[in-house]
Design a protein around this ligand. Sequence first.
Ligand code: SF4
Length: 505
Amino acid sequence: MKIVIVENPRPLTAEHYNDVANAPLSASLNCGYALAVARRAGWNTAYLDFTASNPDAASIAETILAEDADIVLLHWVYSWGHEELVRSILELLRRESAAKLGAFGLFPSLSPSCLLQFAPQLDFILAGEFEDTLAELLPLFAEHPTVAALPGVVLRSGKLVPRPLIADLSLLPVPDDVGANVGYTTLNIGASRGCYGECSFCFIHRYYGCSRRRARSSASLERELEVRLSRRDIGSLYFIDPTFIGQGEGERERVREIGRMAGRFGLPFGFETRVDTIDGELLATLAGLGATSVFLGIESGCDSVLQRIGKRISTGQIRRAVRAVRDSGIELHLGFIMFEPDSTLAELEENYNFLEEMGLLDDHELTANLLYHNQIVLHGSAAWERFGGEGRLLLDERLPFEARYRFRDGRVEQVCAAMGRLTSGYFSTMAGIMQNRSAAAEGCGAQNRTGDPDGTVNKLLKDAFRSLYRAAQTLQSQAVADVESEYAGRLSATFCCYPPVLCGN
Ligand code: SF4
């Protein structure tokens, strides 16, 4: 028997240029685990990655058909408006093959019924944590080639019976190393699953069906490292756990132990964690053991917003955490939602002042990121239900599984849209600059302009943001449009030595 695991094509679109990843980082290991589970069940496996492929349904379907598999299992990640393309591929597979067609991962788990309706070619979906479901399904399928109605399997007929979470993560097989990650010298690895938080915008607790964090044993982590390090040259580790550090002294000691283990392998490491799990002492220890980067989802500089999104942290805790990271010498990366849907103009200003006070607006790329991110609403999320219930969802038939929403304050919406266009222009211009850097720099005699050595670009982005929310306070929409136009022109002029999108040269 053979299973082929397929990553769907998801071409980058201008609309989503600066949007946060369309699946949690932990999803980067989904295909590797699915392949390892299938082989452990005695199946032959193949992996096909069309993430960055040209959107040509016929040739993609042909490649999948050539595997002659009994099951085609699609790791269907939000494809930013290219869902129709995925459906066309499934249609071709359905026509040419008797293989059972399934989907798994975050997106199918959040929207199983809707996805089965959208793609009638799909036979089944593996909802939520899928490894145990797949491990039970494959031997049964080998006996009778039909997809059994097991817990965790969504069929067209019948209701989903949720599968209990894996009791001992240490028993999972070592995931295959596949996909884009293989091109990097950093190894993504999971030391725990889930999160005890319940932030309103997050998918983690929805995917696992609860707000619970499970850690695996250090011994199993070490075994996995030994296997995966023997496969290719690795220069560092990245723990993809939603929150690498849990609560309590036992957890703190556990991450110290993991740090010592990484040290034994001679590997620096990065991780993501909640603000309320760290302090100066722990970070200093982890830095000494080789921690080089940490991602903190601080989300807001306003206590009122933090409360609204259920983050369960305060700005005081964020301040302390950011300072502790800086003192430790570990590189800091941040998640921030500037435009939370219920924000007021005063909260935008509070956010801005917070970021400025914390010295987080000194680099143009970080500034562009922090001053723009809004919240995307994905089908099946709590936000979709809430905004749908409040009549605030703005649907677009080209994008069946995502939506924009009406802000509570229309002026915040205006500022958000204007900043979105300005930063989108900025990011596409920067990408163009990086691509054409040598030629462009030679053409205009500029040196290292992308580094913004005099801070001009950074200052323009900050001034644009402040001017926009001040213009919005005047209640004149033309005032906002005028500010946007002025700053688009000024950014364009600043970039005009290059072949950017903004200046159109
Ligand atoms: S702390 Fe992070 S991972 Fe946990 S629920 Fe909140 S956003 Fe999700």
